[in-house]
Unconditional design. Structure first.
Length: 763
């Protein structure tokens, strides 16, 4: 394999590894298949063209065409002929997909759902990254510059993902780039003529890179305050910036460890309701996400007033109380504005627009960080009679908000069994809420069910433990299965009230709850999450006469007494909201403690330890194999001479590749005290290797043409050379070398690494 081909392969590996670091930005991994296909297409086409034409320039054009072909196959759809030939409609399709992807980036925080538009941007970006890295490393022969696009990609999850990128992904992205740099160094001016020999600078650079990689991974894992903190980013100024994901993955928790204040508010509402950030109404079996509809007209500014809440009738609106809430954001960075629902008007600076169907408020290039605003909103408290008398929802709304993917039959069966005694949608909703909060035997925990795939809801119903995302999602899904329009809201519990009448919300108050639609009342909040987390359920969600519920036959329902003991009712939401995550999560025991370890950091640290040990281990293996092959005087001479060359090489002693054993021995003798034991051993080894290679010299000791003394082994000394003789010479040379060089040669002997690099570098 040529050096150019090896560089191209490592460039492709580096690109693929960098793409892998973007995994935390999305809730699923399906897009990686297309991204890796793009990287492989770019790399393979470049290798093929350069192998056939022996020219680098044309390869770039072919690589661009290969990338376009991959994009056409994956995203061209019906606008292409035979899946790869574009038509006049193809550019329009790609433009629309790209626009959709940009909207996802602008409106959603990470981790986002890899919707088709965003997937196009990711796959195309992966291909362009591979093209740029290949251009710098192979075409222009400047591997160091390939670090620019690689660094740009690796920095994205570090800046956007709440937990950053994993240690393993960071190591996987760093090592291929270091290999590219090593290949550049071996072919640069640092490389002497002849066979590949790495200089002192090369060895130092490799050791420095390894140590730096260890520090980059090990330090964050060991220093307090640098560990992964989901949903929070330290600003360095004592504040905490929280990013609440509007896309709910059924395997991810909204719970956060930080108790730092992220917003405060003051309200004239005696019993504040949760602050809603966004609603998610699209369910794919694994995640809930806000629908991506048409662009919001710029005329829909919240300062001008919001439209009436969908489904809210005039009588219910007139019976509602108008409230005012002043909110001050300290550490929340969102494009969606947290508000009480339903809002009537928002007094805030900047461009903030609202969606008519959901009343979600979105910033047009604005974020919530540091904002202060006042909200005029309604306190809607529907009566039981109003909810029972609600007519059927409009067909279009019902069709949209009852849509479900293929579900395990157990989910539908459980919904039917739980609501078997209910006579109307309101009783069904109340029965579902009571099942999750009291009669079903569920417990609140920040540990998700084991199944995070399409059977996540079924797994939750089986294991009966989870956090607010599980409870809200399960109730919304089961409500839809019963024909009740439902969606999931994401926001904050009311928090805790301070002495001055202001309410404080921390990241621990992040919460999710279902909203069910009742014509005339509109979207109505229910609270299936147990009281240990959410406090009291809304007054309208509990019928005056309890709805009889039938527990699923496959699991025994606890008695009323045990249910009351298992789920105590709090007097206020305030007393149970604060610190709920930290207080209700059970301490893992046994294997749970093992599974709770940060295995990403552990495996990353282990990989780096192995990387550090590799020089020592490889040098030891090489030396043992060398001496194990000794079978006579000649082989012992070759083994001793090769061992001596390798070990003094680590001490900074270099020779020209064309130097003879006699010239090398003379140069080494200059570093030793004349007449010393080490100097004599050098000459013995030199004489032995010359005798092995060129035949024994006759007669006694004699002067050579160069003036050096050839010492013929005396009687009793003509046997095999041993490792102890090499040790004597190496110790004498090391005594005159700098201390740092001695320690490096002792801890990081590079003989085995040099042999591996020479094998890889062969043409």
């Amino acid at each position: 394999m040529t050096r150019s081909a090896r560089t191209a392969l490592w460039a492709g590996v580096a690109s693929a590894a960098a793409v892998l670091t973007l995994r935390p930005l999305l809730v699923s991994s399906g897009w990686l298949v297309g991204a890796f296909s793009a990287v492989c297409a770019v790399t393979a086409s470049g290798l093929l063209v350069r192998a056939l034409l022996r020219r680098r320039g044309p390869a770039v054009a072919v690589q661009v065409l290969a990338l376009l072909a991959v994009l056409l196959v994956l995203f061209g759809g019906s606008t292409t002929v035979a899946g790869v030939v574009p038509t006049p409609a193809t550019p329009g399709r790609f433009a629309q997909l790209a626009t959709d992807g940009v909207q996802v980036i602008q409106r959603y925080s990470v981790p986002a759902v890899d919707l088709r538009g965003l997937r196009l941007l990711l796959v195309a970006g992966a291909g362009l990254l591979a093209l740029a890295v290949d251009l710098f490393a192979v075409t222009l022969r400047r591997p160091a510059l390939a670090g620019l696009p690689l660094l740009a990609v690796v920095a994205v999850p570090l800046a956007l993902a709440p937990g950053g990128s994993s240690a393993v992904a960071f190591v996987l992205a760093s090592v291929p780039y270091l290999v590219l740099l090593a290949g550049d160094r071996r072919s640069s001016l640092l490389r002497p003529p002849g066979p590949a020999r790495r200089s002192v600078a090369g060895v130092t650079a490799s050791a420095t890179a390894a140590v730096a990689l260890v520090a980059a991974v090990a330090v964050p894992a060991t220093v307090p305050g640098l560990d992964e903190r989901p949903l929070t980013i330290d600003t360095g100024q004592g504040d905490t910036i929280a990013v609440i994901n509007p896309i709910l993955n059924l395997k991810a928790s909204l719970g956060a460890r930080s108790n730092a204040t992220i917003l405060t508010y003051q309200t004239d509402q005696p019993d504040p309701a949760p602050l809603r950030i966004v609603t998610a109404d699209v369910f794919d079996g694994r995640t809930w996400a806000p629908s991506t509809g048409a662009d919001i007209p710029r005329s829909q500014r919240v300062q001008d007033g919001l439209n009436p809440a969908p489904g809210l009738s005039d009588p219910v609106r007139d019976a509602s109380t108008v409230r005012r809430t002043s909110i001050s954001v300290r550490g929340l960075d969102q494009t969606y504005l947290p508000l009480p629902y339903p809002a009537l008007r928002v007094g805030i600076e900047g461009e903030w627009l609202y969606e008519t169907d959901t009343l979600n408020v979105v910033g047009d290039g604005e974020t919530t960080r540091g904002r202060q605003y006042e909200v005029t909103h309604l306190e809607v408290a529907p009566t039981e009679d109003e909810l029972r008398a609600a007519p059927r929802a409009p067909d279009e709304l019902e069709s949209r908000y009852t849509e479900l993917p293929e579900l395990p039959q157990v989910v539908r069966d459980t919904a039917a069994q739980v609501t078997a005694g209910a006579s109307d949608p309101y009783e069904q909703a109340a029965a579902l809420q009571r099942y999750f909060r009291a009669t079903g035997g569920f417990t609140y925990s920040t540990t998700a069910p084991n199944d995070g795939g399409s059977d996540a809801v079924a797994a939750f119903l089986e294991q009966k433990t989870g956090f607010c995302v599980q409870f809200a999602s399960a109730m919304a899904v089961m409500a839809r299965a019963l024909g009740i329009p439902a969606r999931v809201a994401i926001g904050f519990l009311p928090g805790e009230e301070s002495a001055n009448g202001r309410w404080r919300i921390s990241a621990q108050d992040a919460h999710a709850w279902p909203e069910l639609y009742f014509e005339g009342v509109g979207w109505t909040r229910f609270e299936p999450t147990p009281a240990t987390r959410s406090g009291q359920s809304p007054s309208w969600s509990v019928p005056l006469v309890p709805v009889p519920t039938t527990a699923p036959s496959r699991s025994a329902a606890p008695s009323a007494a045990s249910s009351s003991a298992a789920a105590p009712t709090a007097t206020t939401a305030t007393s149970t909201a604060t610190g709920a995550d930290a207080g209700t999560e059970a301490e893992p025991t046994g294997w749970g403690r093992v599974l709770a370890l940060p295995w990403g950091w552990v495996l990353g640290a282990l990989a780096l330890v192995l990387l550090l040990l590799a020089p020592r281990v490889s040098a030891t293996v090489l030396s043992r194999r060398r001496w194990a092959g000794v079978h006579d005087t000649g082989s012992s001479a070759e083994a001793a001479w090769a061992e001596l060359e390798d070990r003094v090489h680590d001490l900074g002693v270099r020779w020209a590749p064309s130097a003879t054993p006699r010239q090398r021995a003379d140069g080494l003798s200059e570093l030793l005290e004349p007449g010393s034991v080490a100097a004599q051993e050098v000459q013995r080894m030199r004489a032995a290797v010359e005798s092995s290679r060129f035949g024994a010299s006759g007669g006694g000791p004699r002067e050579t043409a160069g003036g050096s003394l050839l010492v013929r082994p005396r009687a009793g000394q003509a046997g095999r050379l041993v490792r102890a003789q090499v040790d004597v010479v190496v110790d004498a040379v090391a005594a005159g070398r700098p201390r740092g060089l001695r320690w490096r040669a002792r801890c990081f002997p590079m003989a085995g690494v040099r042999r591996a690099l020479e094998w890889w570098d062969r043409d």
